[in-house]
Structure formats: structure tokens, C-alpha cells
Design a binder for this molecule. Sequence first.
Ligand code: ADP
Ligand code: MG
Length: 475
Amino acid sequence: MTGYTTVIGLEVHVQLATKSKLFSPAPAKALGDPNTRVHPVDLGLPGVLPRPNRHAIELATRAALVLGAEVQRESEFARKHYFYPDLPKGYQISQFDRPLALGGTVPIGGGRSCRLHRLHVEEDAGKLSHTGVGTLVDLNRAGVPLVEIVSEPDLRTPAEAHAFLRHLREVMRFAGVSDCDLELGSMRCDANISLMPAGSDTFGTKVELKNLNSLKMVQRALAYEQRRQAAVLAAGGRILAETRGWHDELGESRSQRSKEQAPDYRYLPEPDLPPLVLDEAFLARQREQIGELPEQRRERYRTSFGLGDHDVAALARDRALGDWFERVVTAGADAKSACNWLLEDLLPALRERGLALADAKVSPAKLAALIALLDAGTLTRTTARKVLHHLLAHDVSPQRALAELALARIADEETLAPLVDAAIAALPAAVEAVRAGKEKALDALKGHVMRQTRGRADHEVVDRLLRAAIESPEP
Ligand code: ADP
Ligand code: MG
């Protein structure tokens, strides 16, 4: 905004990919019908005690490590009290002044990065649905494990906020911490934004934006709020410290509640849980479990496979996709061929069928075998594609598919010559055009031969025979 500098800080909740909840054995994944995944611990019934889920602590630790945060050897759970129907205990178990991790950074492009303030573990609350007959409470989410990641106010544009979240999502997914789906709520983001006069270093009053259910919405809401605040300030007005909800369909934010006074949550150390103590061996194991991160993988694909930036970015986007690609190479395919077949043929074909790579009948070994048939000249590119489609529907080997489809390549001149003559006879205008120097017109003739052979004809042989026939004097 002209005349103003924008300041943005994000608070992101990431749901940890555990089977059960943070302090109870109730399932945390695949939440079914409302209120069917609730344990007495989630309700805080008398006589129950919370028991930390080891896997949740492991994943939270990995989240901190991949962000370069400093994991505290000792942290503490705390009760955060508030009264609301989504919180049956009357308090949420979170962390307050002794969080799991401090610091860390997230790269945001252009050589810039955003510092992290802290990362802490907490349980989710229930979900309220406001309906015509009243407000309904579903406690399936109550007690689901989360980490909250709070950034410093280092971001300066909506695009930087977008880059921050993309990086966060990528590394969390790679490290197996979370699937980070903003639409489904396994990643949630509140964005704080303020404006100050350009050149100033005193931050303005911030507004907190909620209901940001996709990366696009985060960027749109921040851009809108930037304009709204600039207009208020330019008119001599004052920004109210408030929480505003984003209404994507309206393309605007609306005030939800004033934040002039900080609520008093009466935090106190959780009396039912001892401090969380993590030893060096635990940290070392978590570091090992993280494995390769996206940037390391991209570097390896560039250097050991010689792939270009575009391919590298596409393959390393998703851990499972990269792993699949590597299995094709291990099964003997050349890296560039494996990459092309995967990105340009297999993935689009699966998308058309609404299938995920994991559900495909085609295994990495089969794709490698298909590429080998192509390299050996048994198949043409066109027929290889047909075989691939056959493999998606039938659980057979590429060799078997080839036989079933009768798609072996035809390269012998004796078979192809009559077909070339037929194409020339059928398309005299194209022949004239080629003679007049229009190279492109040759494609129509080749297409004719290809149709007659269902794509099995060898391109080079057909090309050679066509040219020879056209160049020879007319009979
Ligand atoms: P509060 O006390 O209101 O909770 P915090 O200082 O804890 O505020 O910060 C909450 C979030 O708001 C952090 O992500 C932080 O980076 C961000 N933030 C703080 N001050 C500003 C500001 N003036 N403008 C934009 N974001 C801010
Ligand atoms: Mg705060």
C-alpha cells in the first residue's frame, strides 16, 4: 500500500497425524458421526486422568525440528480456562509460559525468512454448528492433538504470508507430522495484520483475521484488509483492535468481536500432568525419523538424476510422488523418461479417473517395464500410451497388455509401404501442399497411416517412406 508498510504475523494450528487423541485413547483420525469419538478424559469427567500420547509428542518434536526451532528439554502443560459449549472441561490443556519449542525460521522467498516465536502442543476443542433449530455441539474434535506455531510479525506482504504457509505445509507433510489440509481443517491459520506509515518502526494496531480456509483465502483476506486499513488511516480514522471473520463469497472481512482487553484465561500449570521432559536420545531419534526434507531432495534430484528445475519441483512437491518416481528409476528406467511418463502420462490419466497414485494398478516396476519396451523399439510412443491405459484398468504385465491389445510396433517396410500409398491416394491435397514446401501437411498423411495401424507404425519409417513416395515423380 502506498504510504504504508504492512506487518503480518501468523498463528497456525497443525493437527498431528496420530491415531488417537492427545490425552485419551479416543480416535483422532476419521472422525465419524457426531459425538461418537469421545472418551471420558475428553469430557474431564470426575476421576479421570489425562495420559500424554507419545506419538503426538514425537510428531510435535519433529515439527519443531524441521522448523529449526529449539526444542526445550523441559516444558509444561497448562490449563487455559474459558467458558464455551465447545469446551466441556471448562479448560483446554495447552502450554503457556514453558512451550515445547522456541524460535526457528521459515524461508519466504527472495532470500528472506520469517522468524518463529514459539511452538506449543495443545488439544483441540469441539465443534459448534449453528443451525435453524439451535446450536449443535460435536465433541469428536475435543482432545485432538495440535501444535500451534506462532510467527514473529516479520511478514510484509500477503504473498509472503502465502509463501510461509506453503513452506510450512510442505515440510510438515514431508516429515509425516500432518497432512496440513486447510480445507479439511488439519491446518488452520489466523492472520494478524497492521499498517504503519512507511519508514516508521512503530507497529500499528493489529486486526486478527479468522475463517481462512485455503491458501488463496489467506492471501485474498490479507489483501482486502490491507486496503481497508489503508482507507481508514488515510481518512484520519483509527484501526480497532478486533477479530474479523473473512467472508470469501462476499470478498470482505467483518468484525466478529473487539479485542481491546485481553481475555483472562487464568492459566495454571496442569496439576494432572508432570512437566514434559525430553532427553537427548529422544531428540536424536526424532531427528532420524524426519529423513530427507524437500530442499535436500530437490538438490539430490538435480545432482544425481540431472533433472531440470521444473521436473525437480514437480517430483519433490510430494514425498510419496518422489518415492514412487525413485522406485521407477531403481527398476531400471532412465530418470528423465521415468519423470516424463509419470508427470505427463500416468498422473493425468489417474486424475481423469479420480484415482490417487497409491491406488493405481500400475506399479513402479510396471512403468519401468513399459519404458523398457519403448526403448527396445517394441512399442511406439503412441502405443505405449495405450498400453499404459490398459494397465490402469487391468492387473497384467506390460508384455501381456501388449499381446492383448495386439499393439506391437510395425517397422517393416513391406507392411507399411501399401499403407503409405493408400494415404497418398486418400489425401491428394496434402501431397500437393508438401510438394509446395508445406512441411506441416506431412502430419495429415502420417496421421492417416497411424489410424490404419492404430498407432503401431514406426514414426521414422513412415516419415521416410512418405517423403520418398512424394518426392518420386508421379506415376
Ligand atoms: P496478542 O498479545 O494479541 O496475542 P501477540 O504479540 O501474542 O499478540 O502476537 C500474536 C500474533 O500477532 C503473532 O503472530 C505476532 O507475530 C502477530 N503480531 C503482533 N503484533 C502485530 C502487529 N502490530 N501487526 C501484525 N501482526 C502482529
Ligand atoms: Mg498472544
